[in-house]
Ligand binder design. Structure first.
Ligand SMILES: NC(=O)c1ccc[n+]([C@@H]2O[C@H](COP(=O)([O-])OP(=O)(O)OC[C@H]3O[C@@H](n4cnc5c(N)ncnc54)[C@H](O)[C@@H]3O)[C@@H](O)[C@H]2O)c1
Length: 274
């Protein structure tokens, strides 16, 4: 999108952390903002600090009906939506051999279905108006993985894959797509993930493994400003840290090496049925 002033942004998980940073950067760019969060008191505090151009809205992104109700509230208040940031997310550190199925379900419901529900509820609107942008918050853990982040990175790799496919799907429809892949950001992720966890998905175990040291991360507003740059420039990957370069390269080289090894051992598959 070329011009953000006067346009409408919906940001999920905007009551805290990166979502709050994105919302503040959007407001600073002149956008009206829907501060959507399952924790309505946090959302109200952020919205109040932004003044008349912002509203707070309670949403549980793991429920399609809740996301659709939030979309309808946004349309009722502002008339249209141009930027959707599917940002709400939660973290659990657990080894797969001792994680409970409820740990998996909680992460998938919020981190993956949260994005799916946002796309399902808002994409038809953006396509119909022929203008808009979707930012999906994944993580550096959507590009590289390792224990004890297996459950979390499963959801974040899926968000990267969804976003790559979506980019190609809407390229000719006036809708931009970005995927946000931060490293450590100084937010409430570790505590809030447990505070808002529904009882039915509470495995009874707090994070079993040491949590990432988010307190040493960069500021959420810094991330928000980088997101606004990406929206204006239609950049797909929003990479906010550069210190993971060697690990990303190692992963990609591993895949390329396997392709080369296959061709060497079995010959090229191009031009013949698999
Ligand atoms: N903090 C980091 O280092 C980091 C790094 C990479 C990616 N991320 C991702 O950034 C996103 C934002 O996390 P954050 O670090 O700002 O954490 P945060 O806890 O400070 O903010 C997340 C917000 O999402 C809300 N939320 C949680 N479940 C929800 C639900 N079901 N419906 C609606 N809102 C819900 C929380 O109430 C909270 O306000 C997440 O997707 C997270 O995975 C964070």
């Amino acid at each position: 999108m070329q011009d953000l002033a006067g346009k409408v942004a919906v940001v999920t998980g905007a009551g805290s952390g990166i979502g709050e940073g994105i919302a503040r950067a959007a407001a600073a760019a002149g956008m009206k903002v829907v501060i959507a969060d399952i924790d309505i008191s946090k959302a109200q505090t952020v919205a109040a600090s932004l003044g008349e151009g912002a509203i707070a809205c309670k949403v549980d992104v793991s429920s399609l009906a809740s996301v659709e109700a939030m979309r309808d509230a946004a349309l009722q208040r502002f008339g249209s939506v141009h930027l959707l940031c599917n940002n709400a997310g939660v973290w659990i550190g657990a080894m797969m051999h001792d994680a409970d199925i409820k740990d998996w379900q909680y992460l998938i419901n919020v981190n993956l279905y949260g994005v799916i529900h946002g796309v399902k509820a808002f994409l038809p609107l953006l396509v119909e108006q022929g203008e808009g942008h979707i930012v999906n918050t994944a993580s550096m853990g959507g590009l590289i993985s390792g224990p004890p982040e297996g459950l979390y990175t499963t959801t974040k790799f899926a968000v990267v894959g969804l976003s790559e496919a979506l980019l190609m799907e809407v390229a000719d429809k006036g809708v931009g797509v970005s995927v946000l892949c931060p490293g450590l950001v100084n937010t409430n992720l570790i505590t809030q993930s447990f505070a808002v966890r529904p009882d039915e998905f509470n495995s009874g175990i707090d994070h079993q493994q040491p949590a990432p040291d988010v307190a040493n991360g960069i500021s959420p507003l810094n991330v928000g400003e980088q997101v606004m740059d990406a929206v204006l420039e239609s950049s797909f990957y929003v990479i906010t840290h550069d210190e993971y370069r060697d690990i990303v390269a190692m992963r990609h080289e591993g895949i390329l090496d396997a392709l080369d090894a296959h061709a060497k051992r079995y010959g090229s598959t191009s031009g013949r049925a698999l």
